[in-house]
Design a protein around this ligand. Structure first.
Ligand SMILES: NC(=O)c1ccc[n+]([C@@H]2O[C@H](COP(=O)([O-])OP(=O)(O)OC[C@H]3O[C@@H](n4cnc5c(N)ncnc54)[C@H](OP(=O)(O)O)[C@@H]3O)[C@@H](O)[C@H]2O)c1
Length: 300
């Protein structure tokens, strides 16, 4: 992929990856490895991003070792849990990323941060574009929006990738739960009035590195192509697994939930597509994931 008016950069690293133990972190490690990049990947156990002294020292060390990029894949991602712990979540999702971005900029390093569809309120009837006005409905969304602002204030040339409905190896996620439940023969009742863009972490990791290779800066939406409701996504999981568990559509208000979620959080990824970065259709990636889980975990 070559971005017009930018020299082609073949390597993005050396890279410092924070939050390496999460779903996206796991996929980024695999993608960096596959590209033969130089990188240092730290899990939460190895570096807590709220430890500003240690984080700043780690970034300075990267700069001394001719490093080029800091990628922050760390975040507090429990949307329900965030409702009861907003101040603590703010430290992880907003304060720490702002500090990391400032430290990276001070050392002359690129900074990459990941944000979410949950910065939007879901009232738009079309897919959300990067310039749409954020209006988060939840504590998680508020802290992530504060993180976007803190990062872009500290490092205006940062790459900010908003993504949505993330799943992949290395963590529990919606399709994994649906698969488990379908295998156990449970009755599946799934929300049909929330629409979004599912995103498979290996595709997302690839897309982020492609944007970096092209020296993209600013806010980009990145998700698998297309959109669906949670109900349609669950049906696709069951189908990909070759199971026959019935899936019933229900409305979001069927389940009690502390956090409010956007009814529509489909992301328009046109801006990234114009730069030649486009993730595969969501059904293809979901099928690949389900088959991978079943194979690797000998589920059936
Ligand atoms: N999951 C989604 O549906 C979704 C949707 C849109 C955007 N995103 C964004 O995508 C990015 C990647 O999330 P993900 O899906 O990979 O979530 P994830 O699997 O929950 O990974 C997040 C990682 O961050 C780590 N972490 C939490 N607090 C930390 C701290 N103080 N210092 C260092 N590491 C810390 C977590 O460690 P522990 O597990 O030990 O806590 C975990 O390994 C995040 O920015 C998230 O907001 C996610």
């Amino acid at each position: 992929m070559a971005i017009p008016n930018h020299p082609r950069i073949t390597k993005v690293g050396p890279v410092l990856l924070l939050g390496a133990g999460g779903m996206l972190g796991t996929a980024l490690v695999a993608a960096l490895e596959a590209r033969g990049e130089e990188y240092r990947a730290l899990t939460r156990g190895e570096l807590d991003i709220t430890n500003s002294k240690e984080a700043a020292a780690t970034i300075t060390d990267l700069a001394k070792a001719d490093g080029r990029v800091v990628i922050n894949a760390a975040a507090y991602t429990d949307v329900e849990g965030a409702e009861d712990a907003e101040a603590e979540v703010f430290r992880v999702n907003a304060q720490a990323p702002g500090m990391l971005a400032a430290a990276a900029r001070k050392s002359g390093l690129r900074f990459v941060h990941i944000s979410t569809d949950f910065v939007f309120d879901g009232t738009k009837s079309e897919p959300y574009v990067e310039d749409d006005r954020p209006n988060p409905l939840s504590a998680y969304g508020r802290t992530k929006l504060a993180g976007e602002r803190a990062v872009l204030e500290a490092a205006p040339d940062a790459l900010m990738v908003r993504t949505s409905w993330v799943y992949g190896p290395g963590g529990m996620n919606f399709p994994r739960k649906i698969l488990q439940s379908a295998i156990e023969g449970n009755e599946l009742r799934v929300v049909a009035d929330e629409v979004g863009s599912p995103t498979y972490t290996p595709d997302l990791a690839q897309g982020i590195l492609q944007l970096l290779t092209g020296d993209a800066r600013g806010v980009f939406h990145l998700a698998n192509q297309g959109s669906c409701s949670r109900f349609e996504m669950a049906q696709a999981v069951v189908e990909a697994a070759g199971l026959s568990a019935p899936v019933a559509p229900v409305t979001a208000d069927t389940f009690s939930s502390k956090a409010r979620r956007p009814a529509n959080s489909v992301l328009s990824c046109e801006k990234a597509r114009r730069l030649g970065v486009e993730l595969p259709p969501w059904r293809d990636s979901l099928r690949e994931y389900v088959r991978r889980v079943m194979r690797e975990e000998s589920l059936v």
